[in-house]
Design a protein around this ligand. Structure first.
Ligand code: DGL
Length: 271
């Protein structure tokens, strides 16, 4: 038993999809969640910026005596995989866990991944999926408008702006009749209903966030490192009030249950 917390970080609300899954698998864990909302979106950042920010986030989250870290962010997982592996605190990202999840799906037809611009630019998802699912056609689509829309509250499947963006980005996925779609950005789980509505009931949707949470859970169980009192502490580099409100909406709880502490955003290199 190890009751030290698990650290989770993301650029904002997206990592809550991983937190929710982790809570479902291991309800008693203590969690420290860091939403880097002051620097969202990560998908527009350069490789150098992302790598520097990943180190800053690691320094912050590891200062909370965490036993493990879940990088609940496809953008950092696909651009900073070597850094995650080198950190002294055991760290799980969402890239390989989600490729592994896709490997276990039945079928031989085309598959797709949607993620942020920086994730798709890195080529990491495409490479991991080609290795995990040999012989299957893989298409990768970046969806730069999704995160800004989600962070500004456009999450209802009936929302006109969201519907437009979904149709625009997902048309190629519909056209190739993909059998499975990997939601390679953790924010996208928040708009899963809109994605499902556009693509129909047949396609299998795989959540990078859930796969990361499941991988971390297996690791902790294997190493007998589970345990805690189910407490969650939230930090944000944005406005605490805004984060609490949006997080409560997504997690289906009272705003007062999400007491977030605001910390100043760290500087980002210019390029
Ligand atoms: N949720 C993150 C990801 O999984 C970051 C999205 C962003 O800030 O652009 O990629």
């Amino acid at each position: 038993m190890d009751s030290r917390p698990i650290g989770i970080f993301d650029s904002g609300l997206g990592g809550l999809t991983a937190l929710r899954a982790l809570r479902r698998f291991l309800p008693d864990e203590n969690i420290v969640y860091f939403a880097d909302s002051g620097r969202v979106p990560y998908g527009e950042k350069s490789l150098n910026q992302l790598r520097c920010m990943a180190e800053q986030n690691y320094a912050f989250i590891s200062s909370h005596d965490v036993k493990a870290i879940l990088v609940a962010c496809g953008t950092m997982s696909s651009n900073c995989g070597d850094l995650l592996e080198a950190w002294p605190v055991p760290t799980v990202g969402v890239l390989y866990s989600s490729a592994d999840w896709m490997r276990r799906l039945e079928g031989k037809g085309p598959i797709a991944v949607i993620a942020t611009e920086a994730s798709i630019r890195s080529g990491s998802y495409q490479k991991a999926l080609k290795e995990a699912c040999p012989g299957r056609e893989v298409i990768a689509v970046s969806c730069p408008d999704f995160v800004p829309l989600i962070e500004s509250g456009h999450i209802d499947p009936k929302d006109a702006l969201l519907r437009d963006a979904v149709a625009r980005y997902l048309q190629p996925v519909r056209e190739i009749r993909a059998e499975a779609l990997l939601l390679g950005c953790t924010h996208y789980g928040i708009i899963e209903a809109a994605v499902r509505e556009f693509l129909g009931p047949e396609i299998t949707l795989v959540s990078a966030a859930e796969s990361g949470a499941a991988a971390l859970c297996s690791r902790l169980l294997k190493e007998k490192q589970t345990g805690g009192s189910g407490k969650t502490v939230y930090y944000t580099s944005g406005k605490a009030e805004d984060f609490s409100e949006a997080a409560a909406l997504f997690l289906g709880c009272e705003k007062t249950e999400i007491r977030a502490e605001a910390i100043p955003p760290q500087p980002v290199p210019e390029t």
